[in-house]
Ligand binder design. Sequence first.
Ligand code: ATP
Length: 360
Amino acid sequence: MTATAQSLRLESLRKTYTARGREPFEAVKGIDLDIEPGELVALLGPSGCGKTTTLRMIAGLETVTGGKIMIGDRSVGDLPPGKRNVGVGFESYALYPPLTVRENLAYGLKARRAKDATARVDAIAERLEMTELLGLRPANLSSGQKQRVALARALVRNPPVLLLDEPLSHLDAGQRQRVRRELKVLQREFGYTTIVVTHDQLEALSLADRMAVMDAGVIKQFGTPDEVFDAPADRFVADFVGEPSITLLPGTGTGDGVRVGDAGGLRAAVRVAEGRDVVVGLRPQDCHPADGGPGLEGTVLVFEDLLEFGLATVELRGVDTRVVAQVEPGHPVRAGDRITLAAPPERVHVFDPASGERLR
Ligand code: ATP
């Protein structure tokens, strides 16, 4: 039974928490998001940036201070949660303690008099590796097991829109990978329009068609994982997305590139006015020992051999900053080596130091 995929649109969505005796706090500051039917979007951002609040507003578990939530062409902001046709996999969304896992999963289905409830529950349980849990009660489940039950409960109802908050965080590494893959397969198969909140970049990259990167109640960038990684909209996104993280350095424009103090310069794909102060971003993956041409000179402080590649931490000449560079196998470097680092011009990210925005 395939859910009819629906678009999900947020328009200037806002949330201000007001608690007695406390200053009002604006947790979500007017966000827009346009999600295609059947698309999987990862909502990524640091702790406290408003991810969960956003999801709870879409689900109807939190009141909306301003703005609109559209599912298909219906505005759902004023509807109670049960009328929104949204599946919710939140950890805090309690299971009914007196019921077994099977009864918990079938609960919503029975209420809707679904004839194939048992078969649906069995099929989902098998795919999420939890058949053996069906007879247990919530009190006897581990946190990882509870999490899979919460995920199954959201999926079993076959919702057109699925909202998941850190759905895999309590699973061990192996199971997390397998359940993540199965989640993606199920999502593709049934076409749920999905938002997954996650801290985990790898999870976001592997699951998402597009990622929304959020900071302090604002969406900083919404794009495919490649777009976000290759052209971060500002220095926050550049710094937040990418593992190991990007190096940010103070620099000045040279017209066709940037200079980093006495260490040297790099060509950039954007024009950077001569003498303009900028912040230069270099990802370790894009930064390599150069065989001549322009580059940044420095001394290797440490070299970490990670088998498939190595990471060299390089102290730049005359600049109080270190750069991390990825070194391919076969080109080992050693602590104390003097090297010149280069990066392809389109991989030299340049940001305005005041606004943090990417120069284009
Ligand atoms: P995490 O990744 O840690 O779960 P998050 O991005 O999901 O964080 P939210 O839980 O949405 O963040 O919280 C956003 C901000 O709103 C936080 O600063 C939080 O302290 C605040 N907040 C959340 N719930 C309430 C509430 N009921 N009353 C007042 N402030 C709240």
